[in-house]
Ligand binder design. Structure first.
Ligand code: P6P
Length: 335
């Protein structure tokens, strides 16, 4: 008997009280929005949705048409339900407060509506990343400050990867589950329960073209991987870099590995390229819930207290033994 996402969420709500009816509604609405995004992505050139939108996002990056479409799908799907107070997106400089014509709820939804945009026009896997917080301030109008909570405060996090399958990966703080979209039924079906990342791995993911810009600990780790059986690691390593965080993290959740997007000398004033609130935090919680680890090279990403909505962070996540090793190279380089 296949278990749909809806049935899974009802049973999770009923059995363990892990989620409220409003959070269940939120997650079902986000999943439905991801189905709509998957449909638009899959149409590709046939839907006239490829290519640039000839505009820039808050990061100063050129927006693709599908970036904007995905953002609009998530906004329109979520603003009427009464479960949210506001939303924040990589594609919007300011938060989007739920309009007065709708009731406001207690949840805050953050998302990167379409991560991996450089892969859209070349038909490589991309995805939607989302994170859910609760509004902690009472009485006052929701504002950006309400979003600036550490990743430990997340009540739900996940992503939907648009690849050969459309798969939703979710945690509400009680492990990680994967749901594969049955496009005939239009339902997400539970296909992987209690996902666990192997502690050991022989696969690393990093953009090797940045090697000359890396700091010493990252260079040391990658050099040791490349030295293979003749080096200190005594084993050979494989390398993967899809340039879609969602796809790289999905591989790591599925078969292990370590993903690194470290600080580098190209823009020394930035702590890293990836965004803390709607990329690193949700991915870090998923990875920790699956038995892995995630740090900024020095401390757990989930322990970082954000100071701005779009702040960036250095990311090292995946198989715990490898993340611990890389973090130790940063904190105890003498070892
Ligand atoms: P680079 C996609 O733009 C993204 O934000 C992540 O999904 C991905 O891991 C990274 O940037 C790729 O960056 O510098 O290799 O293109």
């Amino acid at each position: 008997m296949s278990v749909s996402l809806s049935r899974y969420l009802v049973e999770k709500q009923r059995a363990k009280g892990h989620i409220t009816p409003e959070l269940r509604l939120l997650l079902e609405v986000v999943a439905r929005a991801c189905k709509g995004i998957s449909h638009a992505v899959t149409k590709g050139a046939l839907g006239g949705v490829l290519g640039s939108a000839h505009s820039e996002n808050v990061q100063g990056e050129v927006q693709k048409k599908l970036d904007i479409i995905a953002n609009e799908v998530l906004i329109e799907a979520n603003e009427w339900g009464g479960h949210l107070a506001a939303m924040a997106s990589e594609e919007m400089e300011e938060i989007h407060v739920v309009p007065n014509r709708y009731p406001q709820g207690e949840y805050l939804l953050l998302f990167d509506p379409l991560d991996g945009s450089s892969n859209i026009d070349v038909n490589v896997s991309i995805g939607t990343i989302f994170s859910v917080l609760k509004k902690t301030s009472t009485g006052s109008e929701v504002c950006t400050q309400d979003f600036l909570q550490s990743g430990r405060n997340q009540v739900a996090a996940g992503y939907c990867v648009y690849g050969p399958q459309t798969t939703l990966v979710l945690t509400v703080g009680d492990g990680v589950e994967m749901f594969t979209l049955d496009k005939e039924q239009g339902s997400f079906i539970l296909t992987h329960e209690n996902v666990q990342i192997p502690h050991e791995t022989q696969e690393f993911a990093i953009n090797m073209s940045n090697m000359r810009h890396w700091d010493a600990p990252v260079k040391r780790y990658v050099d040791e991987c490349l030295a293979g059986t003749e080096g200190v690691r005594g084993k050979n390593f494989n390398m993967r870099w899809i340039a879609s965080m969602v796809a790289d993290v999905h591989r790591i959740l599925t078969r292990g590995g370590v993903f690194m997007y470290p600080w580098d000398k190209r823009e020394p004033h930035k702590p890293g390229k990836l965004r803390l609130m709607y990329e690193a935090n949700p991915m870090s919680w998923l990875v920790e819930q699956a038995g892995g680890a995630s740090t900024n090279g020095v401390k757990p990403i989930l322990d970082i207290t954000p100071t701005s909505l779009h702040e960036r962070v250095s990311v090292v996540l995946g198989s715990k033994a490898e993340v611990d090793r890389i973090t130790a190279y940063h904190t105890h380089p003498e070892h």
